[in-house]
Every structure is written in C-alpha cells, then in structure tokens.
Design a protein around this ligand. Structure first.
Ligand SMILES: *Cc1c(COP(=O)(O)O)cnc(C)c1O
Length: 372
C-alpha cells in the first residue's frame, strides 16, 4: 500500500448532495412544462456535483436526454448511461467526429462548417447521423449567425444525411422575466425555424422554463435549477436545495482589542471578540470574494466571515454565540438551508452557477437519496 494511503484524507468538511432533491427538481420542472419533456444539462461534472451520480439519479427519474459541453464529458457519461441520448453543446472539433460516432453521441452543430463535416461523415458512413442544430437568436456566442442561416435556408440539402433531432437556440436574459430580449429571441427562433426543414424545437434553459408555455417548444434543457439554484431570482425559489456543505471549527480564540484578524489585517477588533477558525478556504471553492461578506450558520446562529478568506481557512465572528455552541469540532454550515447557494453567490458578487462549479475536491462527498 502506498505511503499515506491509510490516513484519513478528509479535511473534515462534508459536501452532502441530495440526489432525491435533484430528482424532485426534475419532476417540478416537468410539472411547470406541463407535458413538454425535459432533457438535463450535466456539463462541468454535473455543475460540480458529480456527473455519474447526478445523471444516474435523473435517469431513474425518467430523464432520457442529456447535454454536456465537451466530448470528454460525453464519453464519461456514455459509460454511466449506455442508452441515453447525449448531445455535446460545443460540438465536434475537427477530427473528433469518429469518436462521436463510436460513442453514439450527437454533436450540436454550431455553424455551416460543423454541418458540412457531419454531413460528409454521414455520406462516408453511408447512413444518417443525428445531431442538433443551434441557431443564434441574439446570444452571439455559438450557433449559426444570420448570414449562415440564410445560406442554409437557401440550400437545405446541406443537411442531407443529417437527422435533425432538434433545432435549438439559447436565451441571453432568461433569468430576467421582464427583459424584452426574451420575447425578441422567442420570435426570432420561431422565424428561423420556419425557414428550415421541420424539426422539434429546444429552447428553454432553467429560467426559460418559467417564462411561460410559449418558451417550451418540444424539449426543455435545464441545468442549474435541477441542482437547487433559484431560476426565478427575486421571487421565491421553486426548487429544492440539493447541496449542504459543512466544515468543522478548528479553534476558537478570545481576542482583546486592539487587534486584527487574517491576511491584510482587514478585520479590526475594537472590542472583545471571539473568532472561530473553520477548515474551508478558497482552494475549496469558498471564493475569496466572500472576504468580510460571507455568512455561515452555526447551531441556529447566523455568523459573519471576519476578514479575508484564506486558502484552507476562514475566520468567523462568533462573539454572540454561546461557547457551548461555538467550540472546536462544532460543525458550521457553509451552504445549506440557512445559507443557500443563491445567498452565497450574492454575497460573493457572482451567480450560483459559479458557486456550484467551484465546489472543491477536498470535501468528503456524501450522496443521499436518488434510488427511485
Ligand atoms: C448551460 C446551458 C444550458 C443550461 O442552462 P441553465 O441556466 O443552467 O439551466 C442550456 N443551454 C445551453 C446552450 C447551455 O450552455
């Protein structure tokens, strides 16, 4: 046995992922979609929660269609789910087409060049190959821009040999329900679809699901809502929280003024205080932008991050918390019901997507639920 392999490797921090909540969220989205089916987006390691576990749970909840960003993610997912339909949002890089065929993956065709290469492979293979076609309706990121769409509409035979499983587009402002860009993109999507060979439409991400049935088309593609983030910012979260992150207090110290806490001495102590040091840091995805702004939960008390986030540690002001609650070994809730990913994201001046996909690799991961 390799040296060190028998030591307890955990930092004491525990990331609990509730697969039952993720399944429940899938069902809640289906409820809103009211008869329209839904795929699941599991890119970036299932938004940081573990593609294999998350996809297996979603498959058990009835999901058959999955989207990832890259070929490598798709290859891993194919091992987990031999019979799922898997789309790769970033498409097939030149030279990767054969891997797509071998693993029965469907590229998202983002431009005329992608279409040409996929159609050429279909001709070479002497069979029809499935794909999704991505049209840009205002995001200017991926997908056919207007001039390429014109060329395609004039010569739809470019798609010969390609089975268009879905025509898709992506909303730029879906989480702002009142943003007129949503309706502009929805109309543009209907217009461009009408100019192409008929194929089912795939449009709504998580927030798009909540914009009304006009945005649902034939298949939804939610990601972040499945993992419990609020797809309707500013309104109550219709999703169930799926993540709980806790870490132990290592030390508690009483500090007399004048003193300061942490790097940069940014947190000044001007009256007697108690500071708890907790085993989580920016190397674990507790972003440094939470310095002096983050909040955690400890035995029913809401406590503030005092000073800078370190690589492996944070310091909390526990002055108002009884010593029998704030003691070494006590478990601090970093993310959970008392401090949701949306709240953490807001305090870090970012979005819940970044909190989720930054979740570290040093936690003990515990999966619960998800068997039905
Ligand atoms: C990531 C992504 C999604 C999922 O978006 P969420 O906001 O997480 O629901 C859907 N479609 C595309 C093209 C994406 O890149």
């Amino acid at each position: 046995m390799a040296a060190g392999s028998t030591v307890r490797r955990s930092t004491g921090s525990v990331l609990e992922i509730d697969l039952g909540a993720i399944q429940e969220n899938y069902r809640r989205l289906l409820g809103v979609l009211d008869g329209v089916p839904s795929a699941a987006v599991v890119k970036a390691d299932g938004y940081g929660l573990g593609t294999a576990q998350v996809a297996t749970a979603l498959r058990a909840a009835g999901c058959r269609i999955f989207f990832v960003a890259h070929l490598g993610e798709a290859a891993d997912l194919r091992e987990t789910l031999p019979d799922a339909e898997i789309f790769v949002l970033n498409g097939a890089l030149p030279g990767a087409e054969a891997d797509f065929v071998a693993l029965d993956l469907r590229p998202v065709l983002n431009g005329l060049g992608d279409i040409e290469r996929w159609a050429a492979l279909a001709r070479a293979e002497g069979r029809v190959l499935a794909a999704a076609l991505h049209l840009d309706t205002g995001m200017a990121r991926l997908g056919l821009p207007a001039d390429e769409l014109d060329s395609l509409a004039d010569a739809p035979s470019r798609l010969d040999g390609i089975a268009l499983r879905y025509v898709m587009s992506h909303l730029a402002c879906a989480e702002e329900a009142d943003n007129p860009m949503n309706e502009t993109q929805r109309r543009a999507f209907e217009d461009v679809r009408a100019r192409l060979p008929a194929a089912p439409g795939c449009f709504a991400n998580s927030s798009g699901v909540f914009l009304g049935s006009g945005f649902h088309f034939d298949l939804a593609r939610p990601g972040v809502a499945l993992y419990g983030a609020n797809p309707t910012p500013g309104r109550a979260n219709p999703m169930a929280g799926a993540v709980r992150l806790s870490a132990p207090i290592l030390q508690v110290r009483a500090i007399d003024p004048p003193a300061s806490v942490g790097y940069g001495a940014t947190h000044k102590i001007d009256r007697p205080a108690r500071i708890a040091t907790v085993a989580v840091g920016y190397a674990d995805g507790y972003l440094r932008s939470l310095s002096s702004s983050g909040r955690c939960h400890l035995g029913g008390y809401d406590v503030a991050v005092a000073g800078r986030i370190s690589m492996d540690l944070i310091t909390l002001d526990v002055t108002g918390v009884p010593a029998e609650i704030a003691h070494p070994g006590a478990e601090v809730e970093i993310i959970g019901p008392g401090q949701t990913i949306d709240q953490v994201a807001e305090r870090a001046d970012t979005i819940p997507y970044e909190i989720l996909t930054s979740l570290g690799r040093r936690y003990s991961r515990v999966y619960t639920g998800g068997t039905d």
